[in-house]
Structure formats: C-alpha cells, structure tokens
Write a protein that binds this ligand. Structure first.
Ligand code: HEC
Length: 141
C-alpha cells in the first residue's frame, strides 16, 4: 500500500518536473493550441485583438443620430402605420398638437399603436428622444 502511494507520488513529481521544464515559449505555444476557438472579448477591452473601440461619446447624441438609429425603421417607411418623416400631410395635425405633446408621445409612446415608449430605444435619454422628435418635425413641415 505504501509502495503504491510512493510510486504514485513519484509519478506526480515527475509529471510536475516535466511541466516545470517547459520554456516560456513552449508554454505559450501550448496555450495557443488549447485556447478556445471563439474567445470572448468584452466591448472596450483593448487587450484582446479587436481594434480599440471609440471612446464613448460625451454628451447626448444628436436628433438625427437618434432618429437614424431608433426611429427610421418605422418613420422612413411608414411601417406599422407610422407617419413618415417628410410627409407634411401626415404630420400637419400632429405638429398642430404642439411640440410638448409630441415629446410625450416620443418618450412614453402612443398606447395601442406601434409607437412604443422611446420608439423602443431603451438607452435613449428623454433629451435624445426630444431631439429626435425635433428632427422629425423640422423635416416634416
Ligand atoms: C416600431 C415602429 C416605430 C418606431 C421604431 C418609432 N415609432 Fe414613432 N410612431 C410609430 C407609429 C405607428 C406612430 C403613429 C401612432 C398613432 O397612431 O398616433 C408613431 C408616432 C410617432 C409620433 C407622433 C405621435 C403623436 O402624438 O402624434 C412621434 C412624435 C414619434 N412617433 C416619435 C418617434 C421617435 C422619436 C422615435 C425614435 C426614438 C420613434 N417614434 C420610433 C411607430 C414607431
């Protein structure tokens, strides 16, 4: 019994010795071979291959940027019955309600329609949605 334990220990020590004998280059080569195929890399982490991500923009996005990112899908096509930007007839009655009313529609949505709160843009601030509404109004008169 003791013998078995001893030889087991010897084997383990030998294995340890082998591992310790690897040069840094060999170790790196092994790590390269066994690394997962699709390494995950967190956004903004510049240490893992992907080009550096542009620094987060300071300040709010412009109305045009927000519109292009979050509103255009419906408001440039009329999808879901959305009033198209540029269609003055479709906007006249809405604009007549006043900008503040349209701000509320933009931020809170229009219940019972495809117009969700903030057009579904969960990371848009109220100010950014207001800017997008301004952009839509200016381009629909
Ligand atoms: C999924 C489609 C969809 C998206 C995305 C969307 N809208 Fe709309 N929007 C609608 C529809 C449909 C209406 C018409 C609702 C109605 O019947 O009054 C509308 C109406 C509006 C109105 C007029 C509301 C009123 O009171 O007359 C504003 C302002 C508006 N959207 C702003 C935005 C803004 C700003 C965004 C982006 C941040 C956006 N929408 C994104 C579908 C969308």
């Amino acid at each position: 019994m003791n013998r078995i334990a001893l030889s087991l220990l010897a084997v383990l020590l030998a294995a340890g010795a082998v591992a310790a004998d690897l040069t840094d280059a060999q170790r790196a080569a092994i790590e390269e071979r066994i690394k997962p195929a699709g390494e995950s890399c967190l956004e903004g982490d510049n240490s893992c291959g992907a080009p550096a991500v542009a620094a987060a923009p300071s300040g709010p996005r412009s109305g045009e940027e927000v519109y292009n990112a979050a509103c255009m899908a419906c408001h440039s096509t009329g999808a879901a019955g959305a009033p198209k930007v540029g269609d003055a007839a479709a906007w006249a009655d809405r604009i007549a309600k006043g900008t503040d009313v349209l701000y509320v529609s933009g931020v809170s949505g229009v219940p019972g329609t495809g117009m969700m709160a903030k057009g579904g843009c969960v990371n848009c601030s109220d100010e950014e949605v207001h800017a997008a509404v301004d952009y839509m109004i200016v381009n629909s008169q």
